[in-house]
Design a protein around this ligand. Sequence first.
Ligand code: SAH
Ligand code: SF4
Length: 361
Amino acid sequence: MHPYFDNLSRDGWLEEARSRFGLTLAQARRIFREVHGRGAPDWDAVEAPAWQIARVRAAYDLAPLPAVAESRPAEDGTIKYLLRLEDDRTVEAVYIPDDTRATLCISSQVGCAMACDFCFTGKMGLIRHLTPAEIVGQFKRVRREVEGIPGIPPLTNIVFMGMGEPLHNLDHVLAALSILTDDFGVGFPARRITVSTSGLLPAMQRLLAETTVRLALSLNGPNPEKRLAVMPVEKAWPIRDVLAWIREWSATRGNHHTVMFEYVMLGGLNDAAADADDLIRLLEGVPGRVNLIPFNAHPGSPYLRPDDAAVLAFHARLRAAGMHVFIRKSRGRDVLAACGQLHQENRRRARGESIFPLRQT
Ligand code: SAH
Ligand code: SF4
């Protein structure tokens, strides 16, 4: 067993190729493209001179793609994949098609340390970080799975909105992004990748300095007090500081660099007119679009999905204040598509419990 080639970032590989294997830049790029661009499954399938492959394979193995433990299509075309990693841990990735595009939602960790009270993944705690190979592997696996299904759109967007806090695993996420976005790697446009965070400010600053991916920030509270009630991260990185930095950063960039704000609506907790007014004040002067996400209820959670009327009224109030605001359609609800849910459900079933406890009542 050698370390996995797929865990090397683009720059990490180019440096090794030069200093350790004596390859030129063009030779190094070719091997990178064979593995990540063309998706060679093993070294024998890599088309490059034998002496080059011999040197590299003596030091590195190619990582296997995560296996599909379970896939579940929903009526709206969403397909939820539960992917099994080599240590038998599982993570989820969700394929979400639209008319012409398709978004892949991927995970960055098994579990999450941020402990947001409404989140299923948060209840697991952090089990471990995913490696760069496992992050990119989700993309490669799902791309391969959906390619085999006739008539559905290919992947056009990637969002880090599955399990885990990507900015708590920043080095691995950056390495994965370098593989996904490099022209000689997967070649996926950085502007079509969105990294969602609960607001880890220093990591956010580094991500935006080193990449051109889009950022999504999970607000979930209309003011610091209500945010703290559901997101402990508010204590470490107060939302006002995070937003102040985003305001300055946006001012130095063009409009196209604006951030997306996510606001999970929790029935009776943050969905009233007064909350909308607080949110308007909180975001004053900070450019970006707001996505309202009605809470996806899950077994055992005390939180409630807001009434449709409350969501519409909230949306209208923000819009009247001139905000760029959208209600996120809840996709794949019939397969429990929200953050971390398939995973939990799978464990529940492993324990012999019902998989649809809510539906039986
Ligand atoms: N850890 C990152 C990314 C993963 S969570 C983050 O928190 O941003 C992705 C989004 O799903 C976040 O906006 C989060 O607030 C939201 N989310 C988590 N659980 C949810 C639920 N049960 N219903 C609706 N949205 C949820
Ligand atoms: Fe982690 Fe995001 Fe869930 Fe919070 S919402 S616990 S940061 S995955």
